[in-house]
Design a protein around this ligand. Structure first.
Ligand code: IMP
Length: 430
């Protein structure tokens, strides 16, 4: 019996939705372990389109337990909206199918305001965030002034937690020229939303321990991508959580031994939204074409994604930092029809060839990609369901990627349809 962690191995938007859905059908428990409603997963199940930001993908399937772990930051008002939206689509959500860790920190309206106020200043501090308050909520978590799910149950505790947070926030808001927080309104809003959240609150670490002991299959569903990791990403242009696979343990309350297989989701080319370094970024017709063919617009913010060739240096690095056992390679069909393809195999930094992304931001900005060229293919790979359906050049491209990133392909996805997948290794059975 295996527990599987799924992580994005680039800057997010690798096509996790379809893969997670495919795996969640075969899992008993699906757990989110980091991030919040900055994520955007689109699932197509039996022709119905579901858009999820906060809830685990398993929620749309009956008979599964979906879990929001303590590593997530939770916006209670967004939670209510997402639950109501899904119920409107006929999805059943009950305390038996959804559990939220009692020690999950909340995203309050003041976090979103702060996030957007900082971004609007257009100063050196601009990150290009989703504006959803993710960073400020994590700041309060490590600053030991967060309001957590369990605090909603007791009015006196809730007041004291809010006061603790406001000492900090009012000082900060003065500096940004914002009004002080309306304490009474915030407390009223929290008291009003409390029952919605508390209905699903549970000691998640304990439930997961029991599930694991009973031999249930757990799928840990990562959001964003490893290059947005707070420690190993392109800091400071990152999200505010650990995104890499190790976080699956910390973000749910399980030991690292509970993880049997790490599946990295890797797109056949590279994209990124928001600011920050991107060595293989294209500003030409090829980049334009990748964006158009790949429909590269953000699900959460609608922003156009920056596009570039496949960067093997970065993926080799993220496969290492997450301990990826196999990759799910997605959107290969977007490369159909290119006469020549390029893969970034190394960087040139100040006249030296290097095989990893340096940590210092100025060095990252000076990295010039070194490309290897490969012949493209004219046939369509869309909808291929076996290696035999793929042109020889496409197979060569995939094999070269495996070699460069030092990690095998476990799954190859050739369209948004679930059946259009070539399975090499089943992560749950490996
Ligand atoms: P934040 O997570 O809203 O603080 O945004 C920080 C950075 O992460 C920005 O560059 C965002 O564009 C990026 N980001 C956050 N969530 C996602 C995601 O789900 N996909 C891709 N990029 C994301």
């Amino acid at each position: 019996m295996a527990n599987v962690v799924v992580v994005g191995a680039q800057w997010g938007d690798e096509g996790k939705g379809k893969i997670v859905d495919w795996l969640s059908e075969r899992a008993d428990v699906i757990a989110r372990f980091q991030g919040g409603h900055n994520a955007g997963h689109t699932l197509v199940v039996d022709g119905e389109v579901y858009k999820l930001s906060l809830l685990p993908s398993g929620i749309v399937r009956g008979g599964k337990l979906s879990v929001i772990g303590n590593g997530v930051v939770l916006d209670p008002w967004h939670l209510k909206k997402e639950i109501e939206g899904l119920r409107g689509q006929g999805v059943e959500i009950t305390p038996e199918t959804l559990m939220i860790a009692e020690n999950t920190p909340l995203i309050l309206p003041i976090h979103g305001e702060l996030d957007r106020a900082r971004e609007a200043q257009n100063s050196v501090a601009k990150i290009g965030t989703t504006g959803r308050g993710i960073g400020p909520a994590y700041e309060d978590k490590v600053g030991r002034r967060a309001v957590r799910v369990a605090d909603l149950a007791d009015p006196a505790t809730l007041e004291s937690r809010v006061d603790r947070a406001l000492v900090h926030h009012d000082a900060l808001r003065r500096g940004l020229g914002l009004e002080p927080v309306d304490r009474a309104a915030l407390l009223d809003a929290l008291r009003e939303i409390a029952p919605t959240v508390l209905e699903y609150a549970a000691p998640v670490w304990k439930v997961l321990d029991e599930k694991r002991r009973a031999g249930r299959r757990i799928l840990f569903e990562g959001a964003q991508g490893s290059l947005l990791d707070i420690d190993f990403g392109t800091y400071p242009f990152v999200t505010s959580s650990n995104v890499i696979a190790g976080q699956a343990a910390t973000g749910t309350g399980m030991g690292p031994g509970a993880i049997d297989f790490v599946l990295g989701i890797v797109k056949a080319y590279t994209t990124r939204v928001g600011e920050g370094p991107f060595p293989a970024e294209l500003h030409d017709a090829d980049g334009q074409r990748l964006g158009e063919r790949g429909h590269e617009f953000g699900t959460v913010t609608g922003r156009k994604r920056r596009c570039g060739w496949f960067d093997a240096v970065l993926v080799r690095q993220t496969c290492a930092t997450s301990g990826v056992n196999g990759i799910a390679f997605t959107k290969l069909d977007v490369l159909d029809g290119f006469e020549t393809l390029k893969i970034c195999v190394a960087y040139e930094l100040d006249g030296q060839r290097i095989d990893y992304l340096p940590t210092a931001a100025d060095a990252q900005a000076r990295c010039v990609p070194i490309y290897e060229e490969m012949p493209g293919w004219s046939q369509s790979t869309e909808g291929a369901r076996s290696w035999g359906d793929l042109p020889a050049e496409a197979i060569k491209y995939v094999r070269r990627v495996e070699e460069l990133i030092r990690c095998p392909v476990a799954l190859l996805s050739t369209s948004p349809e679930r059946e259009d997948t070539i399975l090499v290794t089943d992560p749950f059975e490996d």
